[in-house]
Design a protein around this ligand. Sequence first.
Ligand code: EPZ
Length: 427
Amino acid sequence: MDSIHIVGGQRLEGKISISGAKNAALTLLPCALLTDEKLTLGNLPRLADVDNFSHLLNGLGASTKVEGVKKGEIGRRMTLEAKDIASTVAPYDMVRKMRASILVLGPMLARAGEATVSLPGGCAIGDRPIDLHLRALEAMGAEIELAAGYVKAVAPKGRLPGGDYSFPVVSVGATENALMAAVLATGRTQLFNAAREPEIVDLCNLLVAMGGRIGGIGSSHLIIDGVEGLHGCDYDVMPDRIEAGSYACAAGITGGSIELVGARAADMLAITNALSAAGLVVEFIEKGIRVTADKPLKPLAISTAPYPGFPTDMQAQFMAMLCLAQGESFLEETIFENRYMHVPELRRMGANIDVRGRSAIVHGVGGLTGAQAMATDLRASMSLVLAGLVAKGETEVLRVYHLDRGYERLEEKLSAVGATIERRTAG
Ligand code: EPZ
């Protein structure tokens, strides 16, 4: 099992190229199932989750071919083709490893008229049910049954008629599944209180490029008029706003200055506003964003919220940075019920944090000390890396497979801006 070793204390300075967005890639990939033509996706990040998703699609009958990285590009290009759907079953061992596998449900139902997907089960940050995915598909005319840990969805007449659904809770994944099911329905679907994340906009833009008809893109009221069929196309994945925000926190915690090349400012205003409030200098430059920390960090009060609010995927990284702020910060995690798994590990490095339910108070300390720390989930792992960058001495982050799910070439990117960081392979 690999581990990441960091010797803290370097002020990070330089440029980091931002990769394609993991959470956009994972909803664009299953769109290949919606057409029998070729879909080419560019700017794909080199991540374990992307590789796992393409294996899942192979099992359903889609071929996937990775092309070399063209000069000047940082992401991979993958051409996918689902001439026929060979299977409509997403098995437990795939879904267990990656809950985003549930995103094949909508497109398989739309293309093949039926889909059987293992229930994903919970994960470290929470129970993460899929009831909203199923309610939305039922509202569009699907018949749903649960048996033996699997969900089976059927379009009674082979194609969904479509229908209206109002989400009681904003759900990124459920909005994505509903969108991918609605584009090939025979009628109109309206989604109310739909998620508005930039990754949803990226999905809508791809579906429209494939011939889909979607109104209200970027709003919480989406109107989808089903079409007979979709065609293939060539589409580049948006840049990863959470990766960019994570490296901005690396500048903040080390008192450094990092240029986030390729970051798309419009997607991350809640993040850049919080960085500015903490005292960082945020400059919107031609190719991205430059973040500089040239004075002590100020404490913040942050509540996570659906887009355009402060993203839950940035909570752990800000918590690490705010451990060194001058004063007390208040964090509230409103999206997931158990997203403070990084707290005990940060405390072992000298952080002073109180957690009460979904709220945390971070008392700023003068410094952190390196330690062995256990990664529990993707963003928690990044908060441990961030703490290690500033901690006195060596930090070893274990179970880095969590990191590899969402951060492409992490140690390479951080070394390039001056971090003393390396990956060691045990055994
Ligand atoms: C997506 O997860 C992201 N994953 C998550 O990023 C992100 O944290 C989350 O959206 C919120 O922004 C991908 O895009 C692959 P939700 P998703 O459905 O779709 C509840 C990362 O670190 N809910 O918006 O699973 C749910 O329990 C990952 O990159 C239901 O109750 O999130 C949660 O409390 C972590 N029933 C809330 O809604 C449902 O049917 C928001 O979840 C679905 C969700």
